[in-house]
Ligand binder design. Structure first.
Ligand code: 7TS
Length: 424
């Protein structure tokens, strides 16, 4: 596996030498982008739901299943050892990508959802008592709401929610006021999937730490788009999903500070998470294996490692800078469309635009765009309380990746005009 490579885009930009980002070249790595939908070229703008997979990832999966498949950590034969090495290498690749201190802090899970549930149950269940408080924000995905509600039901703790301002930013004043010595856990999105808001995570983590509360940062929408430095952020837990960063579905990561993970009981019991079992007593394996019961998604882990190598080759800072350009271009173009209103106008945004169009239902927008080959998402984006906050039942959402282009945004704009023609 290639080692960690920090992009030089920002530095070279400072020197005035930033080469333009070659999205057309990167597109060639994604076979699905050549697909035709109803005879029209696919314009894939649903990257916040899941991203497409580049050839190196597809080939790594194919190679693993054609020439390397075996179970890990339990065989002495050649293929088992080879699979174990590839699995362990991917853990190191991810540790370095996230700037975590130790590869034991990287636990493989199914995705962001499972990571959050693991923390709620393994960290929260034994620690929280009636009267304790868990703080989240008003822009969370359901997967960062429901596990905490379940935990509150189990423990008698109370869920507190920091409100969202009209521009889609979290009110930091209100957030700070919610924090007190009853706060036993804070769990916040790094980037909102429905609005694109980038939360000032480092500041919010520092505020929570001042009252002694550990923080889980939900990186499902940040890890694929911006540099995540866990040493600098100092969050206690971090989760993301592989499928949103060019890797297969069914694989994701929970990062936890080593001392916290070591003190937490296992989430699931089974093979590989033990060091010895008898009918009287079982002792558990070390972290991270204590949290990886059963045969894991070995191919998924290898695919995720390869996806991160791929991102590192392009450079996450270059990706962020390019997507920022796409966001600015799309925002300007969309705002020229009569009746279109963007929901979520935070100062710091990732490449996600949610919008409504006069009184056309977002599902109708999505359906008509689909006929033009343009794939967006329409709905509540698993953020129903946020939709309620903005008094809309749903929005249409275009979300960009580094393989999208300005000409695809032109296609999007053209397709929205055809919606207006139908509903005009
Ligand atoms: N957190 C955030 C911020 C998300 O955007 C999502 C998925 C999750 C957690 C859960 O990730 P999973 O991989 O475990 O399902 N978001 C979306 C979306 O915006 N459209 O489809 C899935």
């Amino acid at each position: 596996m290639a080692g960690f490579k920090r992009s030089t885009a920002v530095d070279s930009h400072r020197n005035g030498t930033r080469a333009s980002f070659d999205a057309e070249r990167h597109r060639k790595d994604f076979p699905i982008l050549n697909e035709k939908i109803y005879g029209k070229p696919l314009v894939y703008l649903d990257n916040a739901a899941t991203t497409q997979k580049p050839k190196p990832v597809i080939e790594a999966l194919s190679r693993y299943y054609s020439a390397g498949n075996a179970n890990i950590h339990r065989g002495i034969h050649y293929l088992s050892q080879k699979a174990t090495d590839a699995y362990d290498d991917a853990r190191t690749t991810i540790q370095q990508f996230l700037h975590a201190r130790d590869s034991r802090e990287i636990v493989f899970v199914r995705g962001a959802t499972e990571g959050i549930n693991l923390v709620a149950q393994s960290y929260g269940r034994n620690r929280l008592t009636p009267g304790d408080e868990i703080v989240i924000t008003g822009l969370e995905h359901h997967s960062n709401i429901v596990p905490w509600q379940m935990l509150c039901q189990q423990t008698g703790a109370r869920l507190r929610v920091a409100p969202v301002l009209d521009n889609g930013e979290v009110s930091l004043d209100a957030y700070e006021k919610l924090l007190n010595d009853r706060t036993k856990l804070v769990s916040i999105a790094h980037v909102s999937n429905a609005l694109g808001t980038i939360n000032p995570a480092k500041r919010m983590i520092q505020m929570a730490h001042r009252v002694g509360a550990p923080v889980l940062l939900d990186g499902a929408q940040s890890a694929p788009h911006l540099a995540v430095d866990l040493e600098d952020l100092d969050c206690d837990f971090f989760v993301f999903s592989g499928h949103k960063m060019f890797a297969p579905t069914g694989i994701g990561v929970l990062y936890g500070k080593l001392d916290l993970l070591e003190a937490m009981p296992p989430y699931q019991g089974g093979g590989d998470m033990i060091s010895a079992v008898s009918f009287e007593k079982t002792t558990y394996n070390k972290v991270p294996f204590k949290f990886e019961a059963g045969t894991p998604h070995i191919a998924g882990v290898i695919g995720l490692g390869r996806a991160i190598d791929y991102v590192n080759q392009i450079g996450i800072d270059s990706i962020f800078a390019y997507e920022k350009e796409l966001l600015a271009y799309a925002t300007e173009a969309l705002l020229k469309i009569p009746g279109l209103r963007i929901i979520g106008t935070a100062k710091e945004k990732a490449s996600i635009i949610s919008f409504v169009l006069a009184d056309v239902h977002p599902h109708d927008i999505g359906t008509i765009l689909d006929q033009e080959g343009v794939a967006i998402r329409a709905g509540h984006h698993c953020a129903m309380p946020l939709m309620e906050r903005f008094k809309v039942p749903a929005t249409a959402r275009a979300s960009f990746a580094f393989y999208n282009t300005k000409s695809e945004i032109d296609q999007l704009v053209k397709a929205i005009h055809s919606v207006l023609e139908v509903f005009g």
